[in-house]
Design a protein around this ligand. Sequence first.
Ligand code: FO1
Length: 308
Amino acid sequence: MRVTVLAGGTGSIKLIRGLDKCPDLDISVISNVGDNIWIHGLYVCPDIDIVMYGLAGILNQKQGWGIQGDTFNFMAQAEAYRRDTWFKLGDMDLATHIVRTELLEEGLNLTEITRQLSKTLGIRHKIVPATNNSLQTFVRNAKEEVHLQEFWVKGKGRGVVKDVVYRGARTAKITPEVDQAIESADLILILPANPITSIGPILSIPRIRKKIRASRAKCVGISPIIGNKPISGPTNKLLAALGIEVSVLGIAKLYSDVISKIFISKEDGRLNDKIRDHDVEPYTSQILMNDELQEKELAKEILKRALE
Ligand code: FO1
């Protein structure tokens, strides 16, 4: 079975790992690129790297990003030179960004570079960036627009949020690899990830959204919210800033043009009828994944029930 997933980073890797343990699955991960950032002259792609490291078994799971056991000698020296050090790059992680930047300079596109890096890390599934073009998520506060990483990591998500802007989305092109991943899918999953900063940039590319809507495959969401709490990250503030209800109902509404089903927590079951009003069928399940067994159990359940 071919499963194509739309993914962010920290919130999504658990379910990707669960799917990876299910037999006979050919998985394509369409990866968010909106939080990619140029820093210290290097191109850093956090969501792509979280998925790569997660599937390669080297992710720092406690932190949710970076490589397990990494050291930060480069950062310490950069600090001695009084450079900006709010975005922590580990020494082993640096190798990924250096190689990626070198290959970009040699003229390879991000899709090809990601394929080469994934292959080296022994990953058997496809990780395909949503686009090879520049698409960056900016957060508008009271006075200016700041890059998502600046808002979240440097600014710790503080301050008023007025809007979220996907710079470059309208002109970003779908790649042949993303086109193929959607076209060939038996099932498309929107993973539990920040709907504004992880899934939003992917669906903001007009051809991708259109293609998923027209796809023969069922498209199913997994809620990134339980009650009114996000599973991870700055979801609440950003949803509220965009006038979207912070609940599974808000998520179901937001994705209602692309999904036909959504997996939600048992405790949100009282919203089932309201979710159905948006032409989305809810399934209640244990969507919080605290360990690898729960990741696999949820993946198995989704594969079984999503195609019912
Ligand atoms: N997140 C942080 O909270 N602080 C960091 O210093 C940080 C550095 C970093 C370096 C490489 C990388 O791939 C990810 C990194 N992240 C860091 C995570 C990242 O900001 C976000 O979690 C993702 O962009 C959201 O998916």
